[in-house]
Ligand binder design. Sequence first.
Ligand SMILES: C[S@@+](CC[C@H](N)C(=O)[O-])C[C@H]1O[C@@H](n2cnc3c(N)ncnc32)[C@H](O)[C@@H]1O
Length: 230
Amino acid sequence: MTRASLDKQPHEVASMFDGVAANYDLTNDVLSLGQARLWRKEVAKAVAARPGQQVLDLAAGTATSSLPFAATGAYVVPCDFSLGMLREGKKRNPWLPLTAGDATKLPFKDDVFDTVTISFGLRNVQDTDAALRELYRVTKPGGQVVICEFSQPTWAPFRTVYTEYLMRALPPVARAVSSNPDAYVYLAESIREWPDQPALAALLQKAGWGKVAWRNLSGGIVALHRGVKE
Ligand SMILES: C[S@@+](CC[C@H](N)C(=O)[O-])C[C@H]1O[C@@H](n2cnc3c(N)ncnc32)[C@H](O)[C@@H]1O
């Protein structure tokens, strides 16, 4: 398995991430031109974790996305269904309670977490609605969701340049730095097909989330969506 198809069969997605696990974080930094670090800082601000809180980092991969929450003293559970990504995460962060689980059937009880968050993961889940409902189920009443995902640049000329980067420049750069360049062709295609900011906000509302809002990062290359379990 080199890349998943756009129907995102779970076994294909998991096996694609198993294959890129060892180089995942480095490739991310290169392909995002360093922006990934900035986006993670903004996610940490939005999550605003505090000591004693329970935070679920879904689709956590190697758990790099979980580290800023753990640093606050919150209890963070990184969860993912790629055993390859989890193994890589366990090597680097052995103290974290990395947990195997599918976003559409989470292995947690109802009303457990103060914040549930997912960075660059939701786009890869085959059934987005089911994942948003599961995130809602495991969140405490009054708790929040923070979603960090690629989105649509809002300024049309920039959107054109960015789409060109995704479809033309990213695959050759990925060939130079990644162990599995085809996975990055999937990345480009899946970003192009993903709902824009208002459409994702509507999906959150449909799953039950209240006070839904979003904020654009890097001109809308990435959007942070929030919602509250009222
Ligand atoms: C691009 S990585 C993001 C990893 C990490 N959150 C980050 O920001 O670096 C996407 C992750 O989503 C996971 N994933 C995709 N579908 C999933 C599902 N249905 N359940 C759990 N994890 C899933 C993949 O295994 C992969 O590790």
